[in-house]
Design a protein around this ligand. Structure first.
Ligand code: AMP
Length: 207
C-alpha cells in the first residue's frame, strides 16, 4: 500500500496536488477538512460543533478527526493506498495514524511538505475565498490565524516524520506540473523495492 501524507500550511496547494496524485497513483483522497465540511452540510451535531472552530480558523479536537479517519479506513479496505490531506495536524494525530494504519497492516510511506510563505498564502486564500464559499477563506485575520495555528501547532508534525526518515520538503511556489513532478519523484523513491546486495546475501549464506 502507498500512503502519502501531503503536508503544508493552508493555501500551499495540497488540494490541487492531491487531485493529480489520486489520478496518477489510484489512491483514495482523505481530507479531514472535506470530511468536516460534509458534516456541516449534513447538519450533524459534530458538524455544528466543528463549524464554530473552523470558522475561527482553530483546530477541531484530535479525537474528532481521528475518529473520522478511523471510519474512512474501515470503509475503504480495498484501497490501493491513501493521500492524507490536512491530517495529521498534531503529533497525537500522527501517533494515532501510525496505530490505525498498523491495524490495517500498513504504514505511512512518506510525507511531502509544500512550503509557501505567509504573504503568498494570504493572497492565494483571499483569491480562493471569492469562489470557495468558505468563511475561513474570506477574512484576512482568520487566514492569518490559520497560518499561525499551522506554525505553532502543526509544523512540529514534520519532526515526527523526519525522525522516521520519511519527511521531504518542496518549494510550493511554481508551476503546478513542475511541483507535481517533484512530488512523484519523491514518492517513486519510496516505492522502489529494497534490493539486497549480492555480497551481503553471500555473507549471510556463509554465516
Ligand atoms: P482544511 O480544509 O484542511 O484547510 O481545514 C479546514 C479547517 O478544518 C481547519 O482550519 C480546521 O479547523 C479543521 N481541520 C481540518 N483538518 C483538521 C485536523 N486534522 N485537525 C484539526 N482540525 C482540522
Amino acid at each position: 500500500m502507498l500512503n502519502i501524507v501531503l503536508f503544508g500550511p493552508p493555501g500551499a496547494g495540497k488540494g490541487t496536488q492531491s487531485q493529480k496524485l489520486i489520478a496518477h497513483y489510484h489512491l483514495v483522497h482523505l481530507s479531514t477538512g472535506d470530511l468536516l465540511r460534509a458534516q456541516i452540510t449534513q447538519g450533524t451535531v459534530l458538524g455544528l460543533k466543528a463549524k464554530k472552530l473552523m470558522d475561527e480558523g482553530l483546530l477541531v479536537p484530535d479525537e474528532v478527526v481521528i475518529g473520522m479517519i478511523d471510519s474512512a479506513l474501515q470503509e475503504k479496505k480495498e484501497a490501493a493506498g491513501f493521500i492524507f490531506d490536512g491530517f495529521p495536524r498534531t503529533v497525537p494525530q500522527a501517533e494515532s495514524l501510525d496505530q490505525l494504519l498498523a491495524q490495517h497492516q500498513t504504514r505511512v510511506s512518506c510525507m511531502v511538505a509544500l512550503e509557501v510563505g505567509e504573504e503568498e498564502l494570504v493572497k492565494r486564500l483571499l483569491e480562493r475565498g471569492k469562489t470557495s464559499n468558505r468563511p475561513d477563506d474570506q477574512d484576512e485575520s482568520k487566514i492569518r490565524r490559520r497560518v499561525n495555528v499551522y506554525n505553532t501547532e502543526t509544523a512540529q508534525v514534520a519532526g515526527y516524520y523526519a525522525n522516521q526518515h520519511k519527511f521531504h520538503a518542496l518549494n510550493g511556489i511554481g508551476e503546478i506540473e513542475s511541483i507535481f513532478g517533484q512530488i512523484c519523484q519523491i514518492i517513486d523513491q519510496h516505492q522502489r523495492p529494497v534490493i539486497e546486495s549480492p555480497i551481503a546475501a553471500t555473507d549471510e549464506v556463509k554465516a
